[in-house]
Design a protein around this ligand. Structure first.
Ligand SMILES: [Zn+2]
Ligand SMILES: [Zn+2]
Length: 377
């Protein structure tokens, strides 16, 4: 025994601590393994839920229901209570025009909301869609196409496997193959796991609206964010003034302002129904104000640079050589500032078609790379 300990000390090894070290190592190894297993399990559950489409559907129903509740109740409260209270010292004409302004904001916001939902940004196989042109009028492959194919094939790491080039465009941006939709999709189009469709110039899937934002509805989405910002911040401020001046003196306690207690006390008759409605509005307006401001400012910054939220978030190597005005016209059409007053789609159409992109360069394997990330935006 003594001999063993001595020899161990000589070799600078403590047999007891060595044993503990091994135990710790195996324990650490096991914890890591358990963690990885758990992670994989939750990832599989998450993927299964996403594939079922149930969370996206529930979010869509919830947000659309919220909009259908908020829009009519808020215009009612503003027309009959908030505007007359805030502008009571002013002329009756000021009151009248403020009410007209409220209705204008509501109708414009709703029109853009409907347009975001009704204008599908998806890319579908149909007779209207221009199919990928890979041969010229003689039926032969153009030289440029062959040169590009050779270039792509020479670098196996960058080869998508399905990447082919659009020969109708001078730049020849890559079309990619969507495994889920079984078709070639134009450059900047990406598949959405929630919508189960390929979206032209995909920006992001918006849970607040309940569908994807892409080439055909981004213009309405930006205006909707603008009106959400106005309604949330300006309307929220007026609503706050009304709560402060009229509702607050009638409340029993400050705790009545907290959402679950407000409902509870309204049911038991301590708070008027109208006052409860306006306290709920205050929460919603504050939330919409901040979310609208965040989306509006980021969308304008991204649009001015001719990019999408998807491309910025995923760091897609894209270069845009177009001017600010050209980038805005690509999204909003000519006289783009008029969109902030009326949805102008019938008069001024967007400059691009969502398929060909002049002045834009992109890494040819971009679509494949982001798809493999497995992340959703
Ligand atoms: Zn797809
Ligand atoms: Zn989507």
């Amino acid at each position: 025994m003594f001999q063993r300990i001595k020899s161990a000390r000589l070799n600078n090894v403590n047999p007891v601590s060595n044993k503990r070290k091994n135990e710790n190592q195996s324990q650490e190894f096991d914890i890591r393994k358990i963690w990885e297993n758990e992670n994989d399990k939750w990832r599989a559950v998450y993927d299964r839920h996403i594939k079922s489409g149930l969370p996206a559907k529930l979010a869509q129903i919830l947000m659309r229901g919220l909009m259908m509740f908020q829009a009519p109740t808020q215009i009612y409260v503003f027309t009959f209570y908030v505007v007359p209270y805030i502008f009571e010292d002013y002329d009756s004409w000021v009151n009248y025009y403020m009410k007209v302004l409220c209705w204008f904001v509501l109708l414009n916001g709703l029109a853009n909301w409907f347009c975001v939902i009704l204008y599908s940004p998806a890319y579908r196989k149909s007779k209207d869609n221009p199919f990928l042109q890979i041969s010229n009028h003689t039926g032969a492959l153009p030289d440029r196409f062959e040169a590009r194919c050779e270039q792509a094939a020479s670098n196996q790491n960058q080869l998508n496997g399905h990447c082919i080039y659009d020969m109708t465009s001078k730049e020849g941006l890559p079309w990619n193959y969507c495994e889920d939709c079984s078709m070639h999709v134009p450059p900047r189009a990406h598949h959405c796991k929630f919508c189960k469709l390929c979206i032209l110039k995909r920006d992001h899937h918006c849970f607040m609206v309940g569908n994807c934002i892409g080439f055909k509805n981004q213009r309405y989405f930006i205006i909707l964010a603008f009106y959400a910002m106005i309604t949330g911040l300006v309307g929220g401020y007026f609503n706050y003034r009304y709560i402060q001046g009229v509702i607050w003196p009638q409340l029993n306690s400050w705790s009545d302002l907290f959402f679950p207690l407000t409902i509870f006390n309204t049911i038991f008759g301590d708070i008027k129904g109208l006052h409860c409605l306006m306290i709920i509005h205050q929460y919603l307006e504050t939330a919409f104000g901040f979310i609208g401001s965040a989306y509006f400012t980021s969308q304008i910054a991204i649009t001015a640079n001719g990019k999408t939220l998807f491309e910025v978030a995923k760091n897609v190597p894209i270069t845009n050589r177009n001017t600010f005005n050209r980038n805005m016209k690509s999204v909003f059409g000519d006289f783009w500032l008029l969109n902030f007053l009326f949805p102008m789609t019938l008069i001024f159409r967007q400059r691009d078609d969502g398929i060909h992109w002049d002045g834009i360069k992109i890494d040819h394997n971009a679509n494949k790379q982001w798809k493999d990330d497995g992340e959703i935006l």
